[in-house]
Design a protein around this ligand. Structure first.
Ligand SMILES: Nc1ncnc2c1ncn2[C@@H]1O[C@H](COP(=O)(O)OP(=O)(O)O)[C@@H](O)[C@H]1O
Ligand SMILES: [Mg+2]
Length: 362
């Protein structure tokens, strides 16, 4: 390799944050932390604030790593992002880091926009993002890959309206009580309930249907909640295993965000054999959805039997320096700044691979 004489050009990196989902504020704090840990000698950093109404606001390149969340929320539009993205002649970005969770951030819609604009971006592509967001689709894909999961049923709002008694009977027969009721597209435990009898089950279904037209019911696993971080493209690495000890009966919204009493144990206290198996299953789950970049894969380890059940994959996990995903990598030997650099390199690698594909036979 020839040694570079010149200083390589800085990458123009856009950070997307805010957004229409319930995790708008978390996303702002994550953006401030990510910006604080990025190397300003390597990157020109463009903030892109997405308002709660969904407006994209492009700011001027940042001059300093020290930004507060107040500075990251601009009311005046510095430019129309869509125009900027699709402009052929004007300035565009070399890579985008979407720090958005949930609907319109993690579900493939933003990823589709970035594909159309032909801009490399950090994280999973359109299909993997969408599959990871929809708990029913996700479970079907995992089942096909032979991954261990708890029993579940699913139905739509119109099926519920047509045959509530059959659905309740089927849930009681197959899953018994307690069970978990979830909107198919959810996150942050929003709209999720644990039901211990028929009345609670009915109320939980009505609640879940406020958030999605598709609902699933799962058998409850009395298990420890353990999580693995995965990173890579084609070659996938898995981190050490971490454990969540929820402050509530289950890891609901309050236990996740409000009371500050849930604990993380990193690394989780498990046998070497169980940890190794969890790491293998995490990579398998990531490959099953055709993931790229990053994901956090969550499991239950049943208390009485030690049996492992895959719960879900999160294609854009919490990403503050105090979140499970970066902490798992830190414990595995990859500090936050290095993790950010690697994710950006993986985004470029994936894009290059796609660019090399032919679109026709010519
Ligand atoms: N089948 C289940 N058995 C036991 N606990 C569950 C089950 N499903 C969900 N939970 C509890 O509910 C929490 C949120 O459910 P999850 O499916 O992870 O939704 P989200 O995508 O909102 O994180 C889990 O972290 C766990 O505490
Ligand atoms: Mg979860």
């Amino acid at each position: 390799m020839v040694a570079e004489q010149q200083q390589p050009a800085k990458l123009r990196l856009a950070i997307f944050y805010g957004g229409k989902s319930g995790e708008h504020e978390v996303s702002l704090r994550t953006a401030a932390a990510v910006i604080g840990a990025l190397d300003f000698d390597k990157y020109d950093i463009y903030p892109v604030f997405i308002s709660k109404q969904g407006a994209f606001r492009l700011g001027s390149p940042l001059q300093s790593a020290q930004v507060g969340v107040e500075q990251l929320q601009f009311s005046e539009s510095g430019g129309d992002l869509l125009q900027t993205l699709f402009e052929q002649s004007g300035e565009t970005f070399d890579v985008v880091f979407p720090l958005l969770h949930g609907t319109y951030g993690e579900d493939g819609t933003l990823q589709g926009l970035l594909e159309m604009a032909n801009v490399p971006y950090v994280g999973t592509g359109v299909l993997a993002s969408a599959v990871g967001m929809d708990k029913v689709m996700m479970k079907k894909v995992f089942a096909e890959a032979g991954l261990p999961q708890c029993k579940f049923i699913h139905f739509t709002k119109s099926q519920w309206l047509q045959m509530p008694d059959q659905i309740l009977a089927q849930a009681e027969q197959l899953l018994s009580y307690p069970n978990f009721i979830k909107p198919a597209n959810s996150g942050s435990s929003v709209g999720i309930s644990k039901a211990k009898d028929r009345d609670q089950l009915q109320a939980a279904i009505e609640l879940a249907l406020l958030f999605d037209r598709k609902v699933l019911i799962e058998e409850a696993i009395d298990g420890r909640e353990v999580e693995v971080a995965v990173l890579g493209h084609n070659q996938i690495d898995a981190s050490v295993v971490g454990e969540i000890v929820p402050s509530n009966e289950f890891y609901d919204y309050k236990a996740k965000y409000l009371d500050g009493k849930s604990e993380m144990v990193i690394p989780a206290v498990l046998s070497g054999e169980t940890s190794e198996l969890l790491r293998k299953l995490a990579v398998k789950a990531f490959e099953a959805i055709d993931g790229s970049g990053l994901s956090r894969v969550d499991f239950f380890v049943e208390r009485t039997t030690g049996e492992i059940y895959l719960n879900e994959i999160n294609t854009m996990p919490g990403f503050t320096p105090f979140s499970m995903y970066p902490l798992l990598w830190k414990e595995t030997g990859k500090p936050y700044g290095q993790l950010l650099d690697e994710l950006i390199s993986l985004a470029l690698l994936r894009h290059e691979e796609r660019q090399a594909l032919k679109f026709s036979l010519e």
